[in-house]
Design a binder for this molecule. Structure first.
Ligand SMILES: [Mg+2]
Length: 382
């Protein structure tokens, strides 16, 4: 076979995988350099998982709760001597736990998936095993993507054809707290160019004024549905617009659709959906109600659906924020792979914890930074 022919096969295979349609066995064979049209004899991958509890550096308070730890479930898929890593981060308010994740992952029978390259079919089948369990599904999805990317020898941002130079600036999140603690957190956020501030209690203006007493960095505001009255929400948006705020995330309860559409039309700041957005079908519902959406892998079942949600939102002319939970560098790096598609990123989850298990995508000079490691781009620590 000529080198041209081999090169054609190799690039054809990459394009097939990039479409994230069910990649064929042909692509796998050629990616391993064999340029063969025969089916790759990988066989079913081995699935492992174990619980892990993230220790938060600070007590984290949003409009509805406070906590110091986040339960996670770490997932590994192994085959051909390659391990793919995944993670389910499960802040309690989302309704999943280590127990529910364990129960869900135990239902996955890997013998049903002798060809791990049929990613679309496999993930649809796993999704149908039980409703919800979205973080557990994401953990499996991320581990499968990591394994596939490692087999292809490419990071997902390259497989998707994304420019790593176009990763967005990421924000550092500051929870609701006393002025003293808020000032301390602003100092810790020194390397970040943008701050994300949680509002929605009775000290909103004090929070913003405290931050403005120590820095003029741009601020993104997340209200977590904390404002109930649309006139109050509009007057807050107008007040915030004069104080260097970029956008307002989920200002009102997601059920108040008419009020949110009214606010989006009148607000001088973009209004971004978060709690209103879970999966692909929610993007269409958000169109006309919000200016943008916040995509989180733990809510949307992982990289495959996250990538599709961002593609749809961009096609509808909407803005995209790529968010996270408190997570290790495993899930953060998985999200970072698609971050060049996002307008805004909030991928500080691994920075907020004290016991990361992975080395992966980093924040350099406030920007999400990707390297050339294959798959989701992580290395397990010790
Ligand atoms: Mg939010």
């Amino acid at each position: 076979m000529t080198s041209d022919r081999r090169s054609f096969l190799k690039h054809g295979a990459l394009a097939a995988a990039a479409a994230t349609t069910a990649a064929t066995a042909t692509s796998c064979g050629s990616m391993t350099g064999a340029a063969s049209l025969t089916r790759h004899p990988t066989g079913p991958l081995t699935l492992r998982f174990y619980p892990y509890t993230l220790q938060l550096k600070h007590v984290f308070t949003i409009a509805t709760s406070s906590r110091t730890t986040t339960p996670t479930m770490m997932v590994e898929l192994e085959g051909d001597g390659v391990v793919g890593y995944g993670e389910a981060s499960m802040p309690p308010y989302l309704g999943e736990s280590q127990e529910t994740a364990q129960a869900f992952l135990s239902k996955i029978d890997m013998r049903r998936y002798p060809d791990p390259w049929l990613v679309g079919d496999i993930l649809a089948d796993v999704d149908a095993l039980a409703p919800d369990n979205r973080a557990a599904k994401a953990a499996f999805d991320i581990a499968l993507h990591d394994w596939l990317g490692k087999q292809m020898g490419q990071p997902w941002h390259r497989i998707w054809g994304l420019d790593p130079a176009k990763t967005p600036v990421t924000s550092f999140t500051i929870g609701i707290d006393t002025p003293e603690v808020v000032r301390q957190k602003v100092k810790e956020a020194d390397i970040y160019k943008v701050l994300k501030v949680k509002l929605g209690r009775d000290n909103d203006k004090e929070m913003i004024e405290t931050i403005r007493s120590v820095t003029q960095k741009p601020i993104r505001v997340d209200v977590n549905q904390g404002w109930k009255d649309r006139s109050l929400a509009l007057s807050m948006c107008e007040w915030l617009a004069g104080r260097g705020v970029e956008f307002v995330e989920q200002p009102m309860p997601k059920e108040q659709i008419d009020d949110l559409a009214w606010l989006t039309e009148k607000s001088p700041l973009p209004i971004v959906a978060d709690e209103a957005i879970t999966r692909l079908e929610d993007v269409r519902k958000a169109y006309g109600v919000y200016d943008g959406i916040n995509v989180k892998l733990m809510k949307c079942t992982g990289m495959r659906e996250g990538h599709r949600m961002i593609s749809l939102a961009k096609a509808l002319g909407m803005k995209v924020m790529l968010g996270c939970m408190t997570e290790t560098s495993c899930a953060i790096s998985a999200a970072a792979q698609m971050s060049p598609m996002a307008d805004w990123a909030d991928l500080d989850g691994a920075v907020l914890i004290g016991n990361d298990l992975f080395d992966g995508a980093t924040i350099v000079d406030g920007k999400v930074t990707l390297d050339d490691r294959p798959g989701i781009g992580v290395r397990k620590l010790a």
